[in-house]
Design a protein around this ligand. Sequence first.
Ligand code: GTP
Ligand code: MG
Length: 228
Amino acid sequence: MNRVPLERKVLSENERIAAELQARFEQHEVFCVNLISSPGSGKTSLLERTLQSFPRGPRVAVLTGDIQTENDAARLKRFGFPVKQITTGGTCHLDARMIERHLEDWNLANLDYLFIENVGNLVCPASYDLGEAAKIVVLSVTEGEDKPLKYPSIFFKSELMVLTKTDLLPYVPFNVDEAVANARRVHPEMEVVKVACLAGDGMREWMTWIEQRKQAFLAELPQPAGSR
Ligand SMILES: Nc1nc2c(ncn2[C@@H]2O[C@H](COP(=O)(O)OP(=O)(O)OP(=O)(O)O)[C@@H](O)[C@H]2O)c(=O)[nH]1
Ligand SMILES: [Mg+2]
């Protein structure tokens, strides 16, 4: 089999498993987001702040993907929520089968939020749905405001762009308005939140977005028979 049909087969198998995962998340009312960025943009730092910011009560879990090391899981486990590292061993993205496998011993009925940190890569993760309710692209101010134009697929598919490391704006030539305009050229409805995770700036806006998007996810779920 040549490369194109094989790739198509892999992607359609991924779509099948992702649809099953999506149905399970919906059935158990688990709001799942897939965080995607190039390496080092600040995904784990954002999740560290997020876990710190959650009030007591919500049931939150994280799956974090990397090619090697358990470093990110070790960072995130400190906050007392269930966290698993997915080590791909070379694959440059997470796929739905990996998520399915790592969820095997978690009871989805006990979760409200599932955060997935994808492998650092702006290209391949865009092609692999994981059953998430929303993709979120993370872009740091050190990467250049042209990235939405160079890597349009992930910006097209993401609902939200989180602009990170805004504390570095005084030191790098990065034009925020131009970055946002570029993202909206690719995806006119793109929402934007700006954060500086080391200082904690912008966390209220980020947590508000997550909460509102979760409410929208719940509102869109099919109503159980008899509740209408
Ligand atoms: N100045 C500054 N540095 C930050 C901020 N957020 C993260 N960093 C730094 O950026 C580096 C990478 O952050 P991570 O959170 O590990 O990035 P990541 O996207 O999870 O990286 P990978 O998982 O390897 O793709 C670390 O040295 C962080 O301390 C920020 O808001 N401001
Ligand atoms: Mg990370």
